[in-house]
Write a protein that binds this ligand. Structure first.
Ligand code: PLP
Length: 379
C-alpha cells in the first residue's frame, strides 16, 4: 500500500516512537501526584511544552495541551463566548467543521456570527463584507492553510486588518505547521491551534497556544490541570511524542519545500495532461497538497479503484467526515457542484518517493482511461 493521505494523519516518526516508549512501557505517575513518579512525568511534560513552544516561536507558558486540534478549536470558541458574552464571531467559509460547528452551535444562545467568503482562488475576501458586517466582528478565526486545497492565507494582512479594528484573533495552524514556517509571536495572533498527528507525532495530543491578553474560560473543568484551562489527566506519552515531533518540524519543512514539492509538480503536470482540473492552481499552496477533479469521472469510483490497486488518497467530501456531500471548500470558492463532488486529494509526506508518485500516475492513467470509456459507453 502507498499512502498519499498525509493531511488526514501521518505515521509516528521512529525518533518520536523511541522517545515515547519509556512512557508506555514502565509504570508512570500521575503528573498531579506529589511523589517522584508524579514529579518525573511533570518534568517530562514541561520539557515537551518547551519544545512545542519553540516550534512556533511562542513562550512555554502560552502552551495549553489538549487531546486534539478539534478540542483546541472547541476550547477557544466556547471559552471566548463564556469570557466575552458580547462576542460576535467572524470565520471564513472554508474553516474546518471543528471551528464552524461550535460557532454555529452557540447561535441558539444569542451569539451572532459572520461567515467571510473566499474568492475563486480560495483566499479570504474581507472586502466582500459590508462595513456594518466588518464592524460587528469581535473575534476572528481564519485557518492558516486549508486541509483540502492546501491554500495558504495571507495571515499577516488578515491579522493587520483585525488588529486595526480591535478584533481578537485565532488561527487554525493544524495543516500549516511542519509544511510552512509558523511564528506565533511575529504573526501577533491571540490564539493558535496545532495538532501532533499531522506532524509525525502520535494521535491524542495537540495544543492551544494562547496570548496572555485573552482571559479564557475553561471548556473542561474539574482537576485544574493546565493552569485550570484544561482539566483531565494528561496523556503523558502522547505529549512527550508531540514535543519530539515539534523538534523535527524545521527538518520536515526543508523536505516538503524541496523533494516533495518536485513530486507534487510532477504529479500536477501529468494530471493536467490527463485533463484534470487542479483547484486553486494559481494560488500559493502547501507543497505537499494537490486537490483535483476530472469532468465526467466520479471521484469516489476512481478513489475505490485506486485503493484496490494499493494507493490511499482522499475524496474532498471525506476530508473531515464520511459525508458524500460535495466539498464545502470548493463550493465556497464557486466551483460547480458537479465538479466539486468528484474532487480528490493527494497529500504527500516526508517519506514519499519519486517512484511511488510515478507508479501512482501509471495506475491513475489506466483507471482514468477505463472510466472514461465506461462513461462514453453509457452516454
Ligand atoms: N483543523 C484542520 C485544518 C484540520 O485539517 C484538522 C484535521 O484534519 C483539524 C483541525 C482537527 O484536528 P484533529 O484531527 O487533531 O482533531
Amino acid at each position: 500500500m502507498i499512502y498519499f493521505d498525509h493531511n488526514a494523519t501521518t505515521s509516528v516518526h521512529p525518533e518520536v516512537l523511541d522517545t515515547m516508549m519509556p512512557f508506555l512501557a514502565a509504570q508512570q505517575g500521575n503528573p498531579s501526584s506529589n511523589h517522584s513518579f508524579g514529579r518525573n512525568v511533570q518534568t517530562a511534560i514541561e520539557e515537551a511544552r518547551e519544545k512545542v513552544a519553540n516550534s512556533v516561536n511562542a513562550h512555554p507558558s502560552q502552551v495549553i495541551f489538549t487531546s486534539s486540534g478539534t478540542e483546541s478549536n472547541n476550547t477557544i470558541i466556547h471559552g471566548i463566548c463564556r469570557s466575552y458574552p458580547d462576542s460576535h464571531f467572524g470565520f471564513s467559509s472554508i474553516e474546518h467543521p471543528c471551528i464552524s460547528e461550535p460557532i454555529k452551535s452557540i447561535e441558539s444562545r444569542g451569539f451572532k456570527n459572520t461567515q467571510i467568503p473566499v474568492d475563486i482562488n480560495g483566499l479570504l475576501n474581507v472586502s466582500a463584507l459590508s462595513n456594518e458586517e466588518q464592524k460587528n466582528i469581535t473575534f476572528l478565526s481564519v485557518m492558516m492553510a486549508n486541509n483540502e486545497t492546501g491554500v495558504i492565507q495571507d495571515m499577516p494582512a488578515i491579522i493587520k486588518w483585525a488588529k486595526s479594528r480591535n478584533i481578537q484573533t485565532h488561527t487554525d495552524a493544524v495543516q500549516a505547521i511542519g509544511k510552512i514556517n509558523v511564528d506565533f509571536e511575529e504573526l501577533g495572533v491571540d490564539a493558535m491551534t496545532i495538532s501532533s498527528h499531522k506532524i509525525y507525532g502520535p494521535q491524542g495530543a495537540a495544543a492551544l497556544i494562547l496570548n496572555k491578553k485573552i482571559d479564557l474560560y475553561p471548556h473542561l473543568m474539574g482537576g485544574g490541570q493546565e493552569k485550570g484551562l484544561r482539566s483531565g489527566t494528561e496523556n503523558i506519552a502522547a505529549i512527550v511524542g508531540f514535543g519530539k515531533a515539534c523538534e523535527r518540524v524545521q527538518k520536515n519543512i526543508v523536505i516538503i519545500n524541496n523533494e516533495v514539492k518536485k513530486y507534487r509538480l510532477l504529479l500536477e503536470r501529468e494530471l493536467k495532461g490527463l485533463g484534470a482540473v487542479i483547484f486553486a492552481e494559481q494560488t500559493e499552496r502547501l507543497d505537499n497538497t494537490t486537490f483535483f477533479a476530472f469532468n465526467n469521472i466520479d471521484g469516489s469510483t476512481l478513489l475505490t479503484a485506486l485503493d484496490r490497486k494499493g494507493y490511499a488518497i482522499a475524496s474532498g467530501s471525506a476530508c473531515s467526515s464520511n459525508s458524500s456531500d460535495a466539498s464545502h471548500v470548493l463550493l465556497a470558492m464557486g466551483v460547480e457542484p458537479e465538479l466539486a463532488q468528484g474532487a480528490l486529494r493527494v497529500s504527500l509526506g516526508i517519506k514519499t518517493k519519486e517512484g511511488e508518485v510515478k507508479s501512482f500516475l501509471e495506475a491513475l492513467k489506466t483507471e482514468v482511461s477505463r472510466l472514461k470509456q465506461l462513461t462514453a459507453m453509457a452516454a
